[in-house]
Design a protein around this ligand. Sequence first.
Ligand SMILES: NC(=O)c1ccc[n+]([C@@H]2O[C@H](COP(=O)([O-])OP(=O)(O)OC[C@H]3O[C@@H](n4cnc5c(N)ncnc54)[C@H](O)[C@@H]3O)[C@@H](O)[C@H]2O)c1
Length: 248
Amino acid sequence: MGTLDGKIALVTGAGSGIGRTSAETLAGEGAYVLCVDVGEDGAKATARDVGGTAVAGDVGDPDTWRAVVAAGAAHGGIDVAHLNAGVYGHTGDVLDLPDDVYQRVIGANIGGVILGTRAVVASMRERGGGAIVVTASMAGVVPFPPNPLYTASKHAVVGWVRAMAPVLAGDHITVNAVCPGVVDTPMTVGAAGGLDPAQLPFPLIPPSAIAAAVLGLATGADTGVCLAIWPDRDPVPWDFRGPEQLFV
Ligand SMILES: NC(=O)c1ccc[n+]([C@@H]2O[C@H](COP(=O)([O-])OP(=O)(O)OC[C@H]3O[C@@H](n4cnc5c(N)ncnc54)[C@H](O)[C@@H]3O)[C@@H](O)[C@H]2O)c1
């Protein structure tokens, strides 16, 4: 018996990294998983491995969400949404920020969460409740000066989670976020300029630790929680005191 037997889940960014591991974890608990990714091959590979359905599309595009809702409806609806897809975007001089990179970061990191929430609430209401878990970042609760655009996008979704939680509580829909430090995924390889992440001077968090936290939030009663996750410590709810919370 799994904790998600009979439930329908969706995971965005399911083709790689945290999303792929989350899809495996939710499926391992019995959920039927819709695997959403802008990369069709990745979405299909994960869907095949977890026995779910692939939906290829950009989470910043409302049409993708119409396709996700239709795919969910074919299986009875949507109970759990892990809104995880994201991109790292631009570092360096703000004058060199390309238009398309700006649009991609806003579309994936913010649009994917806002449009995703809008898309799943009707089904969750019909089914008597549900759980939304957003992958934010530590850059959603503290400033990350190497990448202010990423920081802004992740702060935005932390605000969304905290404001939406009381709004949806009456519908028995929980809304929470995971806020990881640096995770061992292809995004980190890219952000490190192609360096081997194992050579970084700090430990990386395994994607399985994020997926376990997502499962805990998706199956628990808490709402409005932004769970800070960093290496070698238990996840803790971030209480918005500021960066000093990292060091206590
Ligand atoms: N890697 C880290 O250190 C780290 C830390 C904190 C938060 N995060 C966040 O975790 C999430 C997952 O990152 P990851 O490290 O697994 O990265 P990843 O690059 O391994 O995977 C991201 C997946 O999202 C997909 N994707 C990107 N833009 C998309 C879009 N517009 N529509 C649909 N799919 C899209 C990609 O194709 C990819 O499969 C992101 O939101 C990221 O910001 C990552």
